[in-house]
Design a binder for this molecule. Structure first.
Ligand SMILES: C[S@@+](CC[C@H](N)C(=O)[O-])C[C@H]1O[C@@H](n2cnc3c(N)ncnc32)[C@H](O)[C@@H]1O
Length: 281
């Protein structure tokens, strides 16, 4: 018998797939190549998947790959925009990955009732992570978990959100939440509280307390934003609102790095590549 196709996943896709609880019925919105659905079914994480896309070209690619993987009976393909691809009660998990934050927010807004019925949304916005988290909170979702994926010099964060009472497998949020509250109580001025809030929205509070890899991302954004601040300061007519906003972000990144190294220890590779100054600044 010919060997069946098994997609080789990039670290970004691998991280998204690993967030799906075993035995889920999945909707993979904007499936493109269909790799997420194929890997989920092959690993037993999905018992069934609806792979949908707004465009015929990508969906045809998914249909081909699903056929090569021999999974036509477990993965249904549908040509439709956003969550209109699924009906009430068809999916426990809705995955929307590899799109801009605005597109994801639009997709959710257009069919909020179905999005809220799913046990978990697994979202991987390519940009504007803080806006994504604020959108979810404003619309009644809980932020359940974040996951950082590193691909060369690119950083991706996927997040799990839920508007239901479903408990996410393996998550004990109490420990880190207790630490966070303790820190806030120790330093509770409104200015500090604002930086903490910004820090959580930008980076995901669970990652700050649990993932030593986050330090790489924090260093990366600190450098990027600090350079942008210098440029803004050199402008003939400086945009003071933008400068203030970016300053808060830099402060949040530095606080997050301090907390992250305190709770997770110093990653030896990070220390070797960036040196003690970058880590302890
Ligand atoms: C960059 S690909 C990401 C594919 C895959 N989800 C991943 O993470 O690798 C984005 C896909 O989303 C599709 N897409 C964009 N907007 C969409 C929408 N509103 N509804 C469904 N699919 C959409 C595009 O056609 C494209 O195939």
């Amino acid at each position: 018998m010919a060997k069946q196709f098994t997609p080789k996943l990039s670290p970004r896709l691998e991280g998204i797939v690993e967030l799906v609880p075993e035995g889920s019925r999945v909707a993979d919105i904007g499936c493109d190549h269909g790799y997420i659905s194929i890997a989920l079914v092959q690993r037993g994480l999905a018992v069934h998947s609806i792979a949908s896309d707004i465009k015929a070209g990508p969906l045809e690619q998914a249909v081909k790959n699903i056929g090569k993987a021999g999974l036509n009976d477990k993965i249904e393909t549908r040509l439709a925009p956003g969550i209109t691809a699924i009906k009430h009660g068809e999916a426990d998990v809705i995955v929307i990955a590899g799109m801009g934050q605005r597109t994801i927010a639009e997709i959710l807004t257009e069919n909020m009732d179905i999005a809220k019925e799913a046990k978990y949304l697994i979202l991987q916005p390519q940009s504007e992570l803080a806006d994504m988290r604020r959108f979810l909170l404003d619309n009644g979702f809980k932020l359940v978990k974040n996951k950082l994926m590193i691909e060369g010099d690119k950083y991706y964060i996927a997040m799990v959100a839920s508007a239901t009472e479903s408990s996410y497998p393996g998550e004990d949020i109490n420990v880190t939440e207790t630490f966070r509250k303790r820190f806030e109580a120790m330093q509770g001025t409104p200015e500090i509280a604002k930086v903490y809030e910004e820090m959580d929205m930008l980076f995901g509070w669970d990652l700050i307390y649990t993932d030593p890899k986050l330090a790489y991302f924090l260093n990366h954004v600190d450098h990027e934003w600090s350079e942008a601040l210098i440029k803004l300061g050199e402008a003939k007519k400086p945009d003071y609102d933008r400068i203030k906003e970016l300053n808060t972000k830099v402060e949040a990144a530095r606080l997050a790095l301090e907390m992250n190294t305190l709770f997770c220890g110093i990653d030896k590779k990070l220390f070797d590549t960036l040196g003690s100054e970058a880590v302890f600044d």
